[in-house]
Design a protein around this ligand. Sequence first.
Ligand SMILES: [Zn+2]
Ligand SMILES: [Zn+2]
Length: 396
Amino acid sequence: MSELRSAVEALQAETLAELPDARIEEDFAELQRVLDLLEVERLRRLAEIERRCLYQREGHLSAASWLSDRFHVAWGVARSSTRVARALEHMPATQRALGAGDVSMSAARMLVDAREPDPRSFARSEETLVEAARIHSISGLRQVASVWRQQVESTRRESGQDVLHARRRLSASLTFQGMVRVDGDLDPESGEALLTALRAVMDADARVGKDRRARTHAQRRVDALHQICRSWLDAGDRPSVAGERPHVTVTVPAHAVADPGAGVAELDHVGPVPAEVARRIACDASLMRVVMAPPSQPLDVGRRTPVVPPAIRRAVIARDRTCRFPGCDRPHTWCDAHHVTHWADGGHTALSNLVLLCRRHHRLVHRPGGFQVAMVDGRAVFERPGGGRLEDRAPS
Ligand SMILES: [Zn+2]
Ligand SMILES: [Zn+2]
């Protein structure tokens, strides 16, 4: 080390004004190269100091703090020095090129920056990047490094997407009383589709409905999801499963439809539901006649037929246009055709006995002791649970 010091003292002794131009230039070039070499050696020792935790002897918590305090180095510079020193330890090709004077310290710092986000990818590409540092100017190297980083990042993003995609899951399990618990993690694309669809239905619902405060946000989300599922099931182009279009199926003993107080109806997936629910669903559904012979042997299975044939439904839609419940104008796509007198009670499936009701109002009129609807002179008349007519705003 004393030789280094004597070399510096020799330089200090030189009177520059007396030196020829060429000599000044030569000396400068040599100093610039040696400076980089010295910097590499300084950083190599700094890394060693850090590895041996020598800074702890004076109570410092990091090599950077030791460097800053002991040598009055600006904190940012000290931190950058330790970062570069640490990185160079894992950059053998860069170290070799630096040692041979093939690349400058500035170029090496740029490589350190490039390495930071993904050291493993850097290790695979180090030779190529060092070669680029050899032949390109600093700005050329910056460009090469930034293209390389973008590529690495986009590959990482893709594999990140794969990881997220692989983590997708959805469980829908039956809990009690036919409630279904839904829980899951959607990958970004599926999640986006779900949120977009929910938002669209909830917004449309908020525009036509005036009872937003009556439901919590969570409840509105369920109603929206129900709407989305129903729309899909009701759509004409859905795929068929086992030769049939999927649909909500309710199995009802004949006497339970006729008498809401009797028997238990079952939905295919969630099981028993109150007869009131069965009556509401059966009000506008596809029905399949299953005659059971004891002990529980299907004796006769009829074709699935819609309770309200398409032609009659079209006529009801043409007449009512929207939900007919006073004050509601949810579109017909959200509506069921409600039998004013239930078909199970002998009501006809005819225009004169049908009224378009959105699913929420359909629920209200099927609730025991709830709103009543009657047909008076071909018009639906609604009454409150306690009596008293609701004002009818239906198109005349
Ligand atoms: Zn109904
Ligand atoms: Zn309605």
